[in-house]
Design a binder for this molecule. Structure first.
Ligand code: ATP
Ligand code: MG
Length: 261
């Protein structure tokens, strides 16, 4: 059985892409068959897996979704790239933003990505979708396609308001479009444990959301090593295998594995 997880937060720069890469490759290292989908026109996931010029790619998520809209036959191999660390990638580039505009007039526009994912999901154990920093139609499509949502939150401050908006959107999608949608958990990223401030925030997340929503036990420490990986085109496990970020993502991967399918 395949589990589809969207990595979502409408706030930018909170670690969505870094988490998608390192949980995705973490799951692959545990023997799981993994597909990563870039659902951000910035193409950061695509670039951080080593495809430095996403705009040069011919087939991307946008092409596939356009084919779904036009009811064209899709070959499931189309557009899938194979990364050296044993994950597959469906890339994205700037064309995705044009598609988001086009989708405005399409019938059942929230269900386009789901149609594709439902067709391909039997080939994988996990599909992770790296969402863009907005709650627009592309992110709604990802939520509709998913079994659960992983929410990275930057621990530098607690954006309570932003999180409430996000949780409201998730609950609306759950009510109207995707009954089975669950919240995988809130993940604290870029945590600096040298400051008490970070500890405060960690405990505030637990008190504000802990009972209602799972907060992952593992948090991701702030480290320049994490920032370097995106430029290297590989995971933290290859870039700095003995570091604390690799250890944190490894433990987080175990938590994800433990969560029921
Ligand atoms: N644990 C960490 N410690 C230090 N820097 C990090 C860490 N995780 C990610 N970064 C860096 O912070 C920046 C933002 O991370 P990332 O791209 O993963 O966020 P994002 O939420 O996907 O951003 P966007 O909203 O633009 O898609 C990147 O430069 C990344 O390399
Ligand atoms: Mg990103």
């Amino acid at each position: 059985m395949c589990k589809v997880i969207s990595v979502v937060n409408q706030k930018g720069g909170v670690g969505k892409t870094t988490t998608t890469v390192n949980v995705g490759i973490g799951l692959a290292r545990e023997g799981k068959k993994v597909l990563l989908i870039d659902a951000d026109p910035q193409g950061s996931l695509t670039a951080s897996l080593g495809y430095e010029e996403p705009d040069d790619l011919r087939i991307t998520l946008a092409t596939i979704m356009m084919d779904v809209i036009n009811e064209e036959e899709i070959s499931l191999e189309d557009g899938i790239l194979h990364h050296q660390e044993n994950v597959d990638l469906l890339p994205a580039n700037i064309e995705l933003s044009a598609l988001e505009v086009t989708m405005g007039n399409v019938m059942s526009r929230e269900m386009i990505m789901k149609e594709y994912i439902d067709a391909i999901r039997s080939r994988y154990d996990y599909i992770l979708i790296d969402c863009m920093p907005s709650l627009g139609m592309m992110t709604i499509n990802a939520l509709v396609s998913s079994d659960s949502v992983l929410i990275p939150v930057q621990a530098a401050y607690l954006p309570v308001k932003g999180l409430q908006q996000l949780i409201k959107t998730i609950l609306t999608v759950k009510k109207r479009l995707n009954r089975k949608l669950a919240i995988e958990g809130i993940l604290l990223t870029m945590v600096d444990f040298r400051t008490n401030y970070a500890r405060d925030i960690a405990s505030r997340v637990h008190t504000t959301y802990g009972s209602q929503i799972e907060v992952f036990e593992n948090v991701i420490p702030m480290s320049v090593k994490a920032a370097e990986t995106s430029a290297e085109g590989k995971s933290i496990y290859m870039h700095c295998p003995k570091g604390k970020v690799a250890e944190a993502y490894k433990n987080l991967t175990q938590e994800v594995l433990k969560n029921e399918k």
